[in-house]
Design a protein around this ligand. Structure first.
Ligand code: CP
Ligand code: NVA
Length: 321
């Protein structure tokens, strides 16, 4: 399995098959319970590019890289000024000469693809406006811990049909999660995403997109939400508060789900908007365990992507010839 993942990019959760996702989760759970993943990143340098703010993603990746014996180099939006100071491709052509891989949180998926096209080492999405695959790997690990399964788990996603939701739709289709997306009219996932998820879907697994949470919460295992106003959408905050207001995950909405249902949120949370403090900090919430799982899932992912991969070196002779 590690040979199959070795050296590959993770730009979308759909870059992984079901067995590969299972392998990431198994290795992540093993690491979490004390298993030693060794030092597959020894002597490797990984560049992290953050065009948008981050707490969990940056710190969990830096810690994961350090624990696996590697060295992270973080670059921030205002110093690298992607597309303004230098193109995504030129940035990647340079990083390729120094670093063994790139982890990038970018606005544009197109820029992420351009970086992957110019790097020989693996490129991993740390979120774009289109997807957040590493978040959903940690989410799936959490679902497995909480419910004991992934295939057939009933997950109700309440919120905007954007990046996190998109990775969830693809992951659900690949892994057989019974995913029910609830969003306000006008905030549904794009048609192309729904078509893509339908293509990934195996026989017997399904997902739905609707507007009424009461219709889908009755047998939910997981109630999942994300912010109403994502990074870069700040100018729309007031309108979004009005459009999403009826979908707040509060104690009344949670009472529509079984008492065994667990609440997840990718964080950061806007308490009092998409979720109340009472729910986020309450007994049903697993959000901080979910956040911790970013570390374990990414340690697993990195160890599998770099297992056995030769470290790309560009000798001066090769550059000059
Ligand atoms: N969930 C998540 O990606 O958090 P950060 O934005 O803090 O990295
Ligand atoms: N949808 C959110 C996710 C944050 C982790 C955003 O894009 O800001």
């Amino acid at each position: 399995m590690s040979r199959e993942l070795s050296g590959r990019d993770l730009l979308s959760i759909s870059d992984l098959g079901r067995d590969e996702i299972d392998e990431v989760l198994a290795v992540g759970l093993r690491a979490k319970s004390g298993g030693d993943l060794g030092a597959p990143l020894a002597e490797r340098n990984l560049a992290l590019i953050f065009q948008r703010p981050s707490n969990r993603t940056r710190v969990s990746f830096e810690v994961a890289i350090n624990r696996l014996g590697g060295h992270p180099i973080a670059l921030f939006g205002d110093e690298i000024r992607l597309g303004e100071r230098e193109s995504a491709t030129d940035i990647a052509r340079i990083l390729d000469r120094y670093a063994d891989g790139v982890i990038a949180r970018l606005v544009s998926q197109r820029d992420l693809i351009a970086i992957a096209g110019a790097m020989r080492g693996p490129v991993i999405s740390a979120m774009t406006d289109v997807e957040h695959p590493c978040q959903v790997l940690a989410d799936l690990m959490t679902v497995r811990e909480v419910t004991g399964r992934i295939a057939g788990a009933r997950v109700v996603y309440i919120g905007d049909g954007n990046n996190v939701c998109t990775s969830w739709l693809y992951a659900a289709a690949i892994c057989g999660v019974d995913l029910r997306v609830v969003c306000p009219p006008g905030y549904e996932p794009r048609e192309s995403v729904l078509d893509g998820a339908a293509r990934l879907r195996g026989n017997g697994t399904g997902f739905s997109v609707g507007h009424d949470p009461t219709a889908v919460l009755g047998d939910a295992d997981i109630v999942y939400t994300d912010v109403w106003t994502s990074m870069g959408q700040e100018a729309e905050q007031q309108r979004r508060r009005e459009d999403f207001g009826h979908l707040q995950v509060n104690e009344r909405l949670l009472s529509l789900a079984p008492s065994s249902a667990r609440v997840m949120h990718c964080l950061p949370a806007h308490r009092g908007e998409e979720i109340t403090a009472a729910v986020l900090d309450g007994p049903s919430s697993v959000v901080f365990d979910q956040a911790e799982n970013r570390l374990w899932a990414q340690m697993a992912l990195l160890s599998l992507l770099f297992a056995g991969a030769p470290r790309p070196r560009t000798s001066t002779a090769a550059v000059l010839s």
